[in-house]
Write a protein that binds this ligand. Structure first.
Ligand SMILES: NC(=O)c1ccc[n+]([C@@H]2O[C@H](COP(=O)([O-])OP(=O)(O)OC[C@H]3O[C@@H](n4cnc5c(N)ncnc54)[C@H](O)[C@@H]3O)[C@@H](O)[C@H]2O)c1
Ligand SMILES: O=c1ccn([C@@H]2O[C@H](COP(=O)(O)OP(=O)(O)O[C@H]3O[C@H](CO)[C@@H](O)[C@H](O)[C@H]3O)[C@@H](O)[C@H]2O)c(=O)[nH]1
Length: 421
């Protein structure tokens, strides 16, 4: 629409949600960032957007900055997180040479509050649609603004990420006597992180590509969240139909691992862990319920009594979060805001998969329409029994207790670790 003379402002309002926790991150953000021009009308525009967020976000969590600060903060937040992962992954290589254990190193440095303990899990590197893109965006900015040393510093974060993944893939090949000919190798986990079906920039794809160059009998893939049809089509589209003829995507882990010489864990799904599910410690009897921290609800705490005489929407959401943990409380929409989704058409891959799952009895977890529900852990005894000798598990995500696996006659290779637990 042409509206000559209408004044408008451009705001920057980057989103910090992560895949798999999007709704929670939206409802309870750590911060909201609004960048505007430093002019009176720019500030008025920022204030108008701030009012929208103030409906559910405490004001002290809404930061206003200039536009460049806001845009750059998004790139820097992702780049710093990615850099931590690359840093700990570089250290995992040193650990393997020296006999240090990367988890022990991470724990020891993470207790220093200046460093913190998050994003220090060593493995085959970060995937996802954001980290690589945003680091390279920062590199581009630095390079084009005449700051090549800055660009090179951040470029190294991406290089180290690729090194971590390729180093581990080459280890698989080396351990299998430098040849995969005639062997079946299973990839457990195809999504870029657990509890999502998002496969963008997932390290698994590049690993599969490298493994295929060694002409294995079969590459088997299983992911508890991804639809096998979608994964198969994606691999075919990205790597080409001929080279991927030996790739098979399964709807259950046991078929995927049967007759495999090597199982490679590429995503940190809890389902792949070989330790019992931790039992929650019983609540001490005479201790009061912990109070909520700010307005970010702690689902363990009952938010009642509410501060105001009438509960706010945030109070209701917090109460809902608390109550859904109990049996019989299954409402997904405590504020009655969601619209019913229209039915899918017949070609919907998730509906086809759901129908097949019912027929075969094998559920692969969620289709995109269903909320993710944690499932049982894999029965590694059953898997080990059906693997081909020598049985190998390559733990690219630090989810396996190698001591337990050795009892099953399985050799374990992990990233920078002696024993995981
Ligand atoms: N995925 C994340 O974790 C994440 C985190 C923070 C911010 N974001 C931002 O949120 C937005 C969505 O992220 P996503 O991961 O869902 O991306 P996505 O690529 O999965 O989805 C984007 C959707 O927008 C549609 N689209 C693109 N251009 C369009 C246009 N001109 N008109 C109408 N539709 C259009 C695409 O078809 C697609 O369905 C992006 O701007 C992204 O940068 C995503
Ligand atoms: O210690 C760790 C933590 C994560 N990862 C990997 O890092 C990747 C990214 O994980 P995560 O950051 O949880 O997922 P994203 O959904 O990509 O979220 C990031 O990217 C979003 C899009 O920009 C931002 O909004 C989020 O704040 C930011 O965390 C995944 O492959 C993880 O397996 C590790 O290898 N080690």
């Amino acid at each position: 629409m042409h509206r000559p003379g209408v004044h408008f402002e451009i705001l920057s309002n980057p989103e910090f949600l992560a895949a798999g926790t999007a709704v929670n991150d939206l409802l309870y953000p750590d911060r909201i960032l609004i960048g505007s021009a430093p002019t009176p009308s720019g500030k008025r525009a920022a204030e108008a957007l701030l009012e929208v967020y103030a409906a559910w976000v405490p004001r002290e969590r809404i930061l206003t900055t200039n536009v460049w600060s806001s845009e750059l903060a998004k790139l820097v937040a992702n780049s710093m997180l990615a850099q931590r992962i690359s840093s700990i992954n570089s250290i995992s290589a040193v650990c393997e040479q020296t006999g240090a254990d990367v988890d022990e190193v991470a724990r020891a440095i993470g207790v220093d509050p200046r460093i913190g303990n998050k994003f220090l899990m060593a493995g085959i590197g970060f995937g996802g649609s954001c980290f690589k893109k945003d680091v390279l965006n920062l590199v581009y900015l630095a390079d084009t603004m005449g700051l090549p040393e800055v660009g090179e510093y951040w470029r190294q974060v991406v290089k180290m990420n690729e090194y971590a993944r390729d180093r581990f893939t080459n280890r698989v090949i080396k351990c299998l006597n430098n040849t995969l000919v005639g062997k079946k190798v299973t990839i457990l986990g195809y999504a870029f992180k657990k509890n999502t079906s998002d496969t963008r920039e997932a390290p698994a794809l590049e690993m599969i590509k490298t493994l295929l160059e060694e002409r294995p009998r079969e590459i088997a893939v299983f992911d508890p969240c991804c639809n096998p049809f979608v994964v198969k089509n994606e691999i075919k589209a990205l790597l080409g139909p001929e080279i991927t003829a030996s790739v098979h995507v399964y709807g259950n882990a046991y078929d995927a691992c049967k007759d495999s010489t090597a199982v490679v864990i590429a995503t940190e799904f809890d389902e792949f862990r070989n330790q019992p599910i931790p039992v929650a410690a019983p609540k001490p009897v005479d201790q009061p319920e912990p109070k909520m921290l700010g307005r970010k609800p702690n689902p363990k705490a009952d938010p009642r009594p509410f501060k105001e005489s009438a509960p706010t929407e945030n109070d209701l959401l917090a109460l809902h979060k608390h109550l859904v943990q109990r049996d019989g409380q299954t409402s997904e929409d405590p504020l009655d805001r969601f619209n019913v989704e229209p039915d899918c058409d017949e070609s919907c891959p998730d509906c086809i998969q759901a129908k097949e799952s019912k027929e075969t009895g094998f559920a692969t977890g969620m289709g995109s329409a269903e909320e993710y529900k944690p499932k049982e852990r894999l029965d590694w005894v059953r898997i080990a029994e059906t693997m081909a000798k020598p049985r190998w598990v390559f733990d690219g995500r630090g989810v396996i207790d190698s001591r337990e696996m050795v009892k099953l006659g399985v050799r374990v290779e992990s990233v920078g670790r002696q024993h995981r637990f």
